[in-house]
Design a protein around this ligand. Structure first.
Ligand code: BDP
Length: 330
């Protein structure tokens, strides 16, 4: 009797202990965040602020680490990993996202946004919602739109003033067929390549140039090996702090509210840090010997993109309305 009683109570205690363990394992989450940029980059600071706010407001139930410098892998790969839940969150350019999430491709049409402020107001409204819904359906929950300014061409040969200057130039682009079409429309040779390989490729002449915003051109030291920076501002690509839908689904409704709010406030912080960094980067570039030229009239570049639009709209008839909404926004 005594022994069966004690066996019983031992069993009961074990059950309680085990269920206690299971409970605490389910509520404590440790997140892994993917980031391609260097530690002091506005994106990196924004992501850390996001994680800190989430940890503080969930009383430590959600913790984690942001892995900077692309140590968790290339961007196209990391996007897939995040969709699958192997990475919990990341800050991605909508550029390389286009290959797996067609709705995001719209922002990769050259010159689609008239200006960065225009991009902000469209992404914070209906356009952002439509794109965000497409992302969510493919396993990424958008938490905040980050700023990445405007991208311009840089190369080691000469200043670019007209589309004809791109003829024959070997230009690295991000992984997306639209960028290949963009370069080919100007008779250049496009090479899709991982961000981390560009410095060496510029240095050894595998490519003559690439294109990016001032902070990325500067923080990667690309300006040391490609000194002509021509302000074509042909692409204004928003970026997204987003969470894997699989991770999102593990959160309680209260945690989801906190995560969304922290995402939004981190985007505000990132956007203001971005403005400062852009200025600083331009100063660093000029001090480092970069030869910067502006393009007073970009019409010729815009006109050269006609075949890119034609082909895109023909193969994405469902996006015609959205494209027009962006192009006609004032
Ligand atoms: C930077 C983006 C980063 C891209 C990189 C690139 O912030 O996400 O990976 O450009 O050109 O501006 O690959």
């Amino acid at each position: 009797m005594t022994s069966s009683l004690s066996r019983l109570s031992f069993g009961a205690v074990t059950a309680i202990a085990v269920s206690g363990l299971t409970l605490s394992a389910a509520s404590a989450l440790e997140l892994r965040g993917w980031n391609i940029h260097v530690d002091d980059y506005p994106v990196s600071i924004g992501m850390q602020a996001f994680l800190d706010e989430v940890t503080e407001r969930t009383d430590g139930e959600i913790t984690g680490k942001v892995y900077n410098n692309g140590v968790l892998g290339d961007q196209p790969d990391a996007i897939e990993q995040t969709r699958l839940g192997a990475i919990d969150f990341g800050e991605f350019s909508l550029g390389p996202m286009g290959q797996s999430i067609p709705e995001t491709n719209i922002v990769s049409l050259p010159f689609i946004f008239k200006s960065v402020p225009d991009m902000y107001s469209l992404m914070d409204g209906e356009v952002g919602e439509a794109i965000g819904a497409g992302m969510e359906a493919k396993g990424l929950v958008p938490l905040g739109w980050y700023d990445a300014g405007a991208r311009s061409f840089y190369n080691s040969k000469m200043p670019i003033n007209t589309p004809a200057d791109i003829t024959g130039l070997k230009v690295r682009v991000m992984s997306n067929d639209l960028y290949v079409a963009m370069i080919e429309a100007m008779d250049g040779n496009a090479t899709p390549m991982a961000f981390g390989e560009v410095f060496q490729s510029l240095k050894t002449g595998v490519v003559d140039g690439a294109e990016n915003n001032p902070p990325s051109y500067e923080s990667t030291n690309h300006y040391e090996v490609a000194k002509y920076y021509s302000l074509t501002e042909h692409l204004i690509i928003p970026e997204c702090l987003c969470m894997s839908k699989r991770t999102w689904d593990k959160l309680t409704p209260e945690q989801q509210v906190i995560v969304k709010e922290a995402g939004k406030s981190s985007a505000e912080l990132q956007r203001s840090l971005w403005q400062e960094r852009e200025k600083k980067s331009m100063e660093t570039l000029v001090a480092g010997g970069t030869i910067v030229n502006t393009i007073a009239d970009k019409t010729a570049f815009q006109e050269a993109m006609a075949p890119v639009y034609e082909k895109y709209l023909a193969s994405n008839p469902d996006q015609v309305e959205l494209v027009n909404m962006i192009r006609n926004a004032d």
